[in-house]
Ligand binder design. Structure first.
Ligand SMILES: [Zn+2]
Ligand SMILES: [Zn+2]
Length: 147
């Protein structure tokens, strides 16, 4: 496997490249879905045993500050991180267990065009997230009510 380097991206955004920053950014780039700090921690455990949660928080803070990574709060106590501008993805999130699935197409591209016409805005981006219960949690919920 070829090892990727994000030095150029970091340079462009005024971030000093370090091995740990490259690892965190690489993991986020390779992921289809936004990741929590804990997931990043677990994902990097094999490669970088010495990286603590607080180190990852610090690295993510720098990325967010420089606009490289976007932080979203799914619930009051769960935040996820994703790379900005790495393709356009929408997600569906389970409000019970926090599972996130990436949708592989954008359902409102056409609407965006219509909206531009209507408002004369130049639309540069949009956010769309779906919330609900995943199949497992749905089953659990039904179990609570039935019989
Ligand atoms: Zn669930
Ligand atoms: Zn979209």
């Amino acid at each position: 496997m070829e090892s990727k380097s994000y030095t150029e991206i970091f340079k462009k955004n005024g971030i000093k490249a370090t091995k740990q920053r490259e690892l965190v950014f690489g993991l986020l780039t390779d992921s289809d879905v936004p990741l929590t700090v804990e997931e990043i921690y677990v994902g990097l455990m094999e490669k970088e045993k010495n990286m603590s949660l607080s180190t990852i928080y610090r690295i993510l803070d720098v990325f967010v500050e420089k606009g490289l990574v976007q932080k979203s709060n799914i619930t009051d106590n769960k935040a996820v991180y994703e790379v900005v501008g790495m393709g356009h993805k929408h997600h569906i999130i389970c409000i019970s267990c926090g599972k996130i699935i990436a949708l592989d197409h954008c359902p409102i591209k056409e609407y965006e065009k219509a909206l531009e016409k209507e408002t004369e805005f130049e639309i540069t981006s949009h956010k769309l997230v779906f919330f609900g219960y995943c199949p497992e949690c749905k089953k659990k919920n039904e179990g609570d009510h039935g019989k």
